[in-house]
Design a binder for this molecule. Structure first.
Ligand code: SAH
Length: 211
């Protein structure tokens, strides 16, 4: 699209995807497209825009962070979304991961415990015309029972152990992508299978703690 090609931040996103994401093995075309098109700079505080495409997390206020681009892409890829997927996100934060999920899935439900961050994320998503997102302020470790079951659940803050409600709200075949641990953390994928839960540890990570 020509209007994207002339937007200066589009060039930075192309470079971010090539240098930080494709180079580390993320392959899904929908994920890569979303990372190239969602305007990450609009989700960070204005004073941080010059750093929006850096290879690391950034502060978004209230002691919280926007995840590193690679981690957003990796978690989205691990969720294995398709255009019909129903996805729950715990920890809306600035709404950037939400927008990436909304580009790859059918519908997204997102929960944030900090009202101020939730309100700001809602404004940014509305300005961008992202329509397939429902949001709620509250404790995401309880999930969103009325909208369950989900094909994927992404948690972007780390608990010590898996919140049982989230496993309960996973559809058969559904995937829970979640950082676990306090002083040291790993990213895990839990898959609900007809006869139980399969668990797989992916890489060491560092997230803010789930409250
Ligand atoms: N996905 C976000 C990452 C934000 S950091 C992004 O792309 O910006 C994690 C977020 O989880 C923070 O905003 C924090 O306030 C929120 N959080 C922490 N504990 C929570 C809980 N129990 N329920 C919902 N959100 C929570």
């Amino acid at each position: 699209m020509t209007h994207r090609a002339v937007e200066p931040f589009a060039v930075l996103r192309q470079r971010m995807v090539a240098d930080q994401i494709v180079s580390r093995g993320v392959k899904g075309p929908a994920v890569l497209d979303a990372m190239r098109s969602v305007p990450r700079h609009l989700f960070v505080p204005e004073g941080e825009r010059a750093r929006a495409h850096n290879d690391g997390p950034l502060s978004i206020g209230r002691g919280q962070t926007i995840s590193q681009p690679y981690i957003v892409a990796l978690m989205t890829e691990l969720a294995r979304l398709n255009p019909d997927s129903r996805v729950l996100e715990v920890g809306t934060g600035c709404g950037y991961q939400t927008a990436v999920l909304a580009a790859c899935a059918g519908s997204v439900w997102t929960i944030e415990i900090e009202p101020e961050l939730a309100a700001k994320a809602a404004r940014t998503l509305a300005e961008l015309g992202v329509l397939n997102v429902s949001r709620r302020v509250g404790d995401g470790s309880l999930g969103w029972p009325e909208a369950a079951p989900f094909d994927a659940i992404l948690v972007t803050a780390a608990p010590a152990d898996v919140p049982p409600a989230l496993l309960d709200q996973l559809a058969v075949g559904g995937r829970l992508v979640i950082p676990l641990g306090t002083t040291s953390q790993d990213l895990w994928v839990f898959t609900r299978q007809p006869n139980g839960i399969r668990r797989e540890s992916i890489i060491p990570v560092r997230f803010v703690l789930l409250r």
